[in-house]
Design a protein around this ligand. Structure first.
Ligand code: THU
Length: 161
């Protein structure tokens, strides 16, 4: 038996002003997308902005439903649309923000498990890491790859092993 360790690294910024210009632009796009979320039930508005390798910027927000189980998170709305429209263009980065009705969350938005799984699949699909920018009022977290959000992820190769 061996005890193995997985480390994840992320950068923590204190304000949007400290971020590189491109990250700043993505956060701004995610924040405006959040305002258009359809979240009448949770009142928790999430916005995501996806940057593609060809420079396209695609935004998404959460879409809820009265039956509760048929909604979709902002990240997946944006990622699926990006991949539907540009199926051969890699995803470079994604910014995520959330607003709980009192404004942007104090601490960085955290993608749910299903969105993490889809982010990892997108990395595998294009064989390229996705920069993750998680927005919060007090702190902003930046990770170099989606895999850091989901260590030991289920990946497509498992289907053929
Ligand atoms: N939500 C997202 O859009 N992204 C996440 O990663 C976490 C949760 C949405 C789903 C639902 O509409 C609302 O936030 C409350 O869970």
């Amino acid at each position: 038996m061996q005890t193995r360790e997985i480390k994840i690294l992320f950068k923590e910024f204190e304000s949007v002003a400290e971020l590189p210009a491109q990250d700043k632009q993505l956060i701004e796009a995610a924040r405006s997308a959040a305002l258009n979320a359809y979240a009448p039930y949770s009142k928790f508005q999430v916005g995501a902005a996806v940057l593609l390798e060809n420079g396209e910027l695609i935004t998404g927000n959460n879409q809820e439903n009265a039956d509760f189980t048929d909604g979709l998170c902002a990240e997946r709305v944006a990622l699926f649309y990006a991949q539907a429209k540009f199926p051969s263009v890699p995803v470079k980065a994604i910014a995520v923000t959330a607003n709980n009705g009192k404004g942007i969350l104090e601490e960085p938005a955290q993608p749910c498990g299903s969105c993490r799984q889809v982010l990892v699949e997108t990395e595998v699909r294009f064989n390229q890491p996705i920069r993750i920018i998680l927005d919060g009022k007090q702190h902003i977290h930046v990770l170099d790859e989606a895999e850091s959000l989901l260590p030991l992820a289920f990946k497509p190769k498992a289907l053929n092993s």
